[in-house]
Design a protein around this ligand. Structure first.
Ligand SMILES: Nc1ccn([C@H]2C[C@H](O)[C@@H](COP(=O)(O)OP(=O)(O)OP(=O)(O)O)O2)c(=O)n1
Length: 389
């Protein structure tokens, strides 16, 4: 691995890298800047694979070593490697494909490591396909006190905690389960600042470029409502995961028969259905969403006081998502479960919200512009591993 010093230009954020300037604008870095971070050795590892750089994020690849743990942990004052020596039950070599068992907790080294400039932080989240398979993942850094946040200036390895919750999954070195997005900070920001657009700015953005196909509910972000109304002639409005199935090989796309893994749920009477505690559901938002290329968004759970059912995976929405046919919008997929007690959900009920962030610069290609996206224009859509019904 090459640990050459970071390009000095990043320190004050003003000197040139590869003959260009890192814009003073704070915001999420687009694909072209992720390439430059790699060229400047701020991202270290094997050369990128095809499609690894997305419009505003980098897919992280599993490395060779995986460790089975009895339980999750945060490293606190230690490096992850040191804690593994204490906690790991056994080691697995991902040079050959391996099946991760349901409810097992694994810590896997990632192929990418970082040497971030002081003006750039990063945030991780599971890829959308990972969330749709109910695979719980979180990025862990050395000395971390929280998951998924990489402070500005971080130098070191990245690890991924992985726990498949519904299906066993087959992975191998190079499998991509999570993604990282980079933020350019300015002098006002703390090392781990997040900067979501406030509601006024979001309303202005919607007036300029519609974010939804209907009047948006903007309250601490763009609220998303649940859809239990059929689309066209298809009466299926949700999928409930089956409990006892075969494994999913995550390298297989458009391969598995959905019926073997999911129970389709047809339009319920009076537009309401009951969620069974502990079961995993895929639903869709009522709104069709459009993310302008100037912005990115993240789905977060609505206020915890709303109750105990919630969208389960914080999903990242790329710039350009839903922009097909002049911005017609795509539904968001909602991964939902309830804990402890059965819960009624109703058509139109608020279930999550999208926080918007400005891009530091527009990506050269927005989501789906290379013709390779799996979820552009989607309705209710299982992960890309399943055949479309
Ligand atoms: N709960 C969510 C989270 C995300 N998305 C959408 C918005 C994203 O822009 C798109 C793709 O997200 P990822 O890049 O995380 O997905 P994958 O990498 O799994 O798919 P692809 O291969 O299409 O990039 O999915 C969604 O509909 N519902």
């Amino acid at each position: 691995m090459n640990h050459s010093p970071p390009p000095e230009l990043f320190r004050g954020g003003s000197l040139p890298l590869d003959g260009e300037r890192l814009s003073q604008n704070a915001g999420v870095l687009p694909s072209q800047w992720i390439r430059r971070l790699s060229a400047g050795k701020a991202i270290i590892g094997r050369p990128f694979d095809d499609g690894q750089i997305q419009p505003a994020s980098l897919d992280l690849r599993l490395g060779r070593r995986a460790f089975k743990l009895a339980a999750s942990f945060l490293p606190g004052a230690s490096t992850v490697e040191d804690r593994i020596k204490e906690f790991a039950s056994y080691q697995i070599d991902l040079e050959t494909p391996q099946i991760l068992s349901k409810n097992g907790v694994y810590l896997i080294e990632l192929e990418e490591s970082l040497k971030l400039p002081d003006s750039i932080s990063a945030f991780a989240n599971p890829k959308s396909s990972t969330g749709r398979l109910d695979i719980f993942t979180r990025v862990v850094t050395d000395k971390a006190e929280v998951f998924d946040v990489v402070p500005a200036g971080y130098e070191g390895k990245l690890w991924l905690e992985v726990s498949p919750r519904t299906f066993e999954v087959k992975v191998v070195r190079g499998s991509r389960l999570s993604q990282l997005r980079f933020h350019k900070l300015n002098s006002m920001h703390h090392k781990t600042s997040r900067f979501r657009l406030d509601d006024g700015a979001l309303r202005r953005l919607h007036r300029e470029t519609p974010l939804t196909d209907s009047e948006p509910v903007i309250r601490q972000g763009l609220n998303l409502r649940l859809n239990l109304t059929p689309e066209g002639k298809n009466p299926v409005v949700a999928y409930e995961a089956r409990n006892y199935t075969g494994f999913i090989d995550i390298s297989k796309i458009d391969y598995y028969d959905p019926i073997e893994f999911w129970k389709p749920v047809e339009v319920p009477p009076r537009g309401r259905m009951i969620l069974t505690p502990g079961q995993f559901y895929i639903l869709a938002s009522k709104e069709r969403i459009h993310i302008p290329k100037t912005h990115a968004a993240e789905m977060v759970a609505v206020d915890p006081v709303m109750g105990e059912f919630r969208v389960h995976y914080a999903g990242f929405f790329d710039p350009g998502f839903g922009s097909q046919n002049g911005g017609a919008g795509s539904r968001a997929v909602l991964e939902v479960r309830t804990y402890d007690i059965p819960f009624y959900i109703e058509d139109g009920q608020t279930i999550g919200r999208l926080d918007f962030e400005e891009m530091n610069e527009e990506p050269h290609q927005g989501y789906g512009e290379n013709g390779q996206s799996n979820y552009q224009g989607q309705g209710l859509k299982l992960s890309k591993h399943f055949k479309t019904l």
